[in-house]
Design a protein around this ligand. Structure first.
Ligand SMILES: Cc1cc2nc3c(=O)[nH]c(=O)nc-3n(C[C@H](O)[C@H](O)[C@H](O)COP(=O)(O)OP(=O)(O)OC[C@H]3O[C@@H](n4cnc5c(N)ncnc54)[C@H](O)[C@@H]3O)c2cc1C
Length: 414
């Protein structure tokens, strides 16, 4: 069974159903449903959907991205095609994206069930063997794929979370009426020299709308998520000041908040017959909050691991995560943890990266590293510089507790 029919759950169910498995796709929501998101699907996600033959009617193509630093200076980050991904992303409201993916899973043969997964059912040898649902029904399963988002009930029920280690973020999103051609990221200071511990954005949306939001990193303290709401008036005043919006007030509609669980750390992703994918596994980029590509990439791998045989599925899937996501996530989770709580350092990094000359010189490598696009990047100076940054980051974070956590959680046996 798959719990959760967001991008992760629907892709897992689609791959399982196409592979001949009998799969229940359980979600508490009625679709289409909204989800707080910037609505951008990165190049790796575009490629994965292409590989699976899933079309996204109505999606808008976007490519380069602009970063506006605390001083108002702008840098354009190129979105160059790699060897394994295209040179563009898609923008599509989550209400449409998630309904389309879920429909594709159902068309492939997954059985949709609208209910909340509540209590775990015991399986062979005391392992988790399915879930009781809010409707009173029970779904027994050989394997449970937890695709139920950042606050995953499956992860909690399977005892896979170490709350003190999780890197939480909280973000608010609005739909506005200030269209932009290029996604804009804003690194800004809440007071002179003190950087906001996160960033704001203004992204292109369909039908001339924009998607605008503000996200804050809070480490393990979820009560600090309220900072995004507290700072939103100041953020919208800043957006107006730098000339991106017509009003200095938040839009009247479309306000929705959501949690991000970043950098994998603190959630063991697979044990026994339980595999966590997407946000449930904390597979969100700790530098910029992207998670849709990772959700779909991890889901496909988990489903393939199950199709190859349930007994070894968890070990196979951990091995995939160790190779594919852990090297980047371990380094950037460590950097994320080191920067939060240091507002002067956050501001200084934003200023230096967008300083005249510096930003333009680093833009290609910055875009590759920040967006986790090094693996498969096209040869050239940007890739070389991004590889140097990745190696330096690995060395700088190699002795820390976060790296040790990765080594233990993704170890081959357990
Ligand atoms: C404000 C914000 C902006 C973001 N912007 C971007 C962006 O622009 N691009 C990007 O790539 N990523 C972005 N992210 C991250 C992205 O939203 C997630 O990484 C992505 O949604 C992960 O997909 P998922 O399928 O793992 O989880 P989700 O999309 O959260 O889906 C989980 C599903 O599980 C269901 N569920 C939960 N609990 C249960 C239960 N007990 N029983 C049954 N069903 C359950 C929910 O109803 C939901 O449908 C953003 C996140 C936030 C909060």
């Amino acid at each position: 069974m798959v719990v959760g029919a967001g991008p992760a759950g629907s892709i897992a169910a689609l791959v399982l159903a196409r592979g001949g498995a009998s799969v229940a796709l359980v979600d508490k929501a009625n679709f289409p449903r909204d989800k707080a998101c910037g609505d951008l699907i990165g190049p790796r996600g575009v490629r994965l959907l292409d590989d699976l033959g899933v079309a996204l009617p109505g999606a808008l193509r976007v490519d380069d991205m602009a970063v506006i630093g605390p001083t108002g200076r702008r840098v354009r980050l190129p979105c160059d095609a790699g060897l394994t991904y295209p040179g563009y992303a898609y923008a599509l409201p989550r209400a449409q994206l998630d309904a389309t993916l879920r429909q594709a899973a159902v068309a492939a043969g997954a059985e949709p069930i609208t209910a909340r997964a509540t209590d775990p059912l015991g399986g062979d040898g005391g392992a988790l063997g399915g879930f009781a649902l809010s409707t009173g029904a029970e779904v027994a399963a050989d394997v449970v794929i937890g695709a139920d988002g950042a606050t995953s009930r499956v992860a909690e029920a399977a005892g896979l979370i170490d709350p003190a280690r999780v890197l939480w973020g909280f973000a608010l999103r609005w739909y506005g009426a200030d269209p932009v051609d290029v996604p804009q990221i804003l690194l800004w200071d809440t007071s002179p020299g003190r950087g906001f511990p996160g960033y704001g954005w203004l992204f292109p949306g369909v039908e001339g709308r924009s998607n605008v939001g503000l996200g804050v990193g809070v480490l393990a303290d979820r009560t600090a998520g309220a900072e995004a709401g507290r700072c939103s008036d100041a953020f919208f005043a800043h957006l107006h000041r730098v000339g991106l919006t017509g009003s200095d007030r938040p839009p009247a509609s479309g306000r929705l908040g959501g949690w991000l669980k970043m950098g994998m750390v603190g959630t063991r992703p697979a044990e026994g017959r339980v595999l966590l994918v997407g946000d449930a596994a904390g597979l969100v980029n700790p530098l910029q909050g992207e998670g849709i590509s990772e959700a779909m990439g991890s889901a496909r791998a988990a489903a393939e691991a199950v199709l190859a045989g349930p007994d070894q599925a968890a070990a196979r899937y951990r091995s995939f995560l160790r190779r594919t996501y852990a090297p980047y996530q371990a380094t950037t989770a460590s950097l994320h943890r080191a920067m939060l709580g240091r507002p002067r350092a956050v501001s200084a990094v934003g200023r230096v990266l967008t300083a005249p000359g510096v930003g333009r010189a680093l833009a290609g490598a910055w875009s590759i590293y920040w967006n986790d696009l090094l693996d498969g990047a096209a040869p050239g100076s940007a890739r070389r510089l991004a590889a140097v940054a990745a190696a330096a980051g690995r060395v700088a974070t190699s002795a820390g507790p976060t790296r040790r956590w990765f080594d233990e959680a993704l170890a081959a046996a357990s």
